[in-house]
Ligand binder design. Structure first.
Ligand code: GLN
Length: 369
C-alpha cells in the first residue's frame, strides 16, 4: 500500500496508508464518534467540504450496501480511519470501503492514530487539513492551508436543482433541500406525508404556490449565514404554514426569528449526545452532526423559546416559536445512523400540521414535478 500523509494547518503531520482515490484533497478535518453507520455518515451531504475522521477503530467491516446511502452523491472531501476492513462480511455488502471510496473519487487515509488526531481537534478546534503523497510536499501544503479559508457556500452544491415528489396519501410537506438526508424524507413518508423536495433558493411565494400543509427545513452543510436568501424565505414563511427545522434548518429558523448563530470549536458529531427537553425534563440520546450552534443569549429578545439543551455543554438543541407554529432541533430525529429516541418529533410535526388552519392548508393543488 502507498504511503499518504495528512497535514494540518498547525503543521502537525500524520503518516498512514492511502485508501480510496489518488486525488489529494483538502478540507476541514472533523471527527465523528459513532460506533456504526459509516455509510450513512460518508453520504450525508452536511459533511460537504470536510475530511471526516471516524474514531471507531475498525471501519468497513460490513461493507457498503445499496440501501443505506443518505444521498446519491457523497460530498465528503476525504475519510480518515484507524483500520479499513479488507474482507467485509454482510449479506447486503456490495463493495469494500476502499472500492467505494475509489469509485466515488474520495481519497482516504488509514493507519494513523485517530485518537491523537481527535484529541488535537478537541484542544485546538477543527482545522484545515490536506492529504500529501510525499514528505517533500508538506511545508508547501502547510503554507497553502494557512492561506486558504474554509470552504463556503456548500449548500448550492448539494441542494437539488429540480423539484421532485416522493408520494404518499396524506398531507403535503414541502421540504426545502439544503442538503437533505434521505432519512428525513423517508420518515416524513412513513408518517403519511407526501413530500415535495424543492431547491434551497426557492422563494416563499413559490413554496406557498405548492399549497403545503407544512414545510420541512432540512439539514445541510456549512455556515447558515452563507445563505441569507434562505433565511429570507423562512422569515416570510413564518406564520403562513407550520415549519419544522432539522440541524441547518434549525439554524435557519433561528436566524429568521432574529437570533444568531456561531461556529463551535469542534462541534458535535456522534451517536450518543444527550439532549434534555426543558418542558418535560426527559433526556433523549441523539445523533448529531453540526459545527455551528445558536447563541442562547441572542434568543432572549426574539419570539423564539429554547426548548432543548445539550446535557454535556448546555448548548441550544431545540427552539419553538411562541407565536406561530414552528419548531426546530439541532440534532437528527431521523437518526440515520444513530439512536431513535427522538423519532416522536415527526409525530409532533404531524400534530402541528393537523391542528393548523392556515389558508395554505385549505388549498388544493396538483403538482407537476
Ligand atoms: N447536519 C447539519 O445540518 C449541519 C448544520 C451546519 N452545517 C453545521 O455544521 O452546524
Amino acid at each position: 500500500m502507498t504511503a499518504r500523509w495528512l497535514v494540518l494547518e498547525n503543521g502537525e503531520v500524520f503518516k498512514g496508508k492511502a485508501i480510496g482515490c489518488d486525488q489529494l484533497n483538502s478540507g476541514e478535518v472533523v471527527f465523528n464518534t459513532s460506533m456504526t453507520g459509516y455509510q450513512e455518515m460518508m453520504s450525508d451531504p452536511s459533511y460537504c467540504g470536510q475530511i471526516l475522521t471516524l474514531t471507531y477503530p475498525l471501519v468497513g467491516n460490513y461493507g457498503i450496501n445499496r440501501d443505506d446511502f443518505e444521498s446519491i452523491t457523497p460530498y465528503i472531501s476525504g475519510l480518515i480511519v484507524k483500520k479499513a476492513s479488507v474482507h467485509p462480511s454482510h449479506f447486503r455488502c456490495r463493495f469494500t470501503l476502499h472500492e467505494w471510496l475509489k469509485a466515488n473519487n474520495i481519497p482516504g487515509l488509514m493507519g494513523i492514530d485517530t485518537r491523537k488526531l481527535t484529541r488535537m481537534i478537541r484542544e485546538r478546534g477543527t482545522m484545515k487539513g490536506a492529504f500529501c503523497s510525499s514528505i517533500d510536499q508538506i511545508d508547501e501544503k502547510v503554507t497553502r492551508l494557512q492561506e486558504q479559508a474554509f470552504q463556503t457556500n456548500q449548500v448550492a452544491k448539494v441542494s437539488t436543482r429540480t423539484r421532485y415528489v416522493t408520494p404518499a396519501s396524506g398531507k403535503r410537506i414541502v421540504l426545502i433541500d439544503y442538503g437533505a438526508k434521505k432519512g428525513i424524507i423517508k420518515d416524513l413518508n412513513a408518517h403519511g406525508f407526501e413530500v415535495i423536495v424543492v431547491p434551497y433558493n426557492i422563494s416563499s411565494d413559490e413554496v406557498l404556490s405548492l399549497s403545503p400543509d407544512g414545510v420541512m427545513l432540512s439539514n445541510g452543510p456549512g455556515d447558515p449565514e452563507d445563505i441569507p436568501e434562505a433565511v429570507e424565505t423562512v422569515r416570510n414563511l413564518l406564520g403562513q404554514v407550520p415549519l419544522f427545522g432539522i440541524c441547518l434548518g434549525h439554524q435557519l429558523l433561528a436566524l429568521a426569528g432574529g437570533a444568531e448563530t456561531e461556529k463551535m470549536r469542534f462541534g458535535h458529531r456522534g451517536g450518543n449526545h444527550p439532549v434534555k427537553d426543558l418542558r418535560t425534563g426527559k433526556v433523549a440520546i441523539t445523533s448529531q452532526n453540526h459545527g455551528y450552534t445558536v447563541n442562547p443569549a441572542s434568543v432572549e429578545q426574539t419570539d423564539l423559546e429554547i426548548t432543548h439543551i445539550n446535557v454535556n455543554d448546555r448548548s441550544v438543541e431545540g427552539l419553538r416559536h411562541t407565536v406561530v407554529p414552528a419548531f426546530s432541533v439541532q440534532y437528527h430525529p431521523e437518526a440515520s445512523p444513530g439512536p431513535e429516541d427522538a423519532k416522536d418529533l415527526f409525530i409532533e410535526f404531524r400534530n402541528m400540521v393537523d391542528k393548523n388552519q392556515t389558508p395554505a392548508s385549505k388549498k388544493e393543488g396538483i403538482v407537476h414535478a
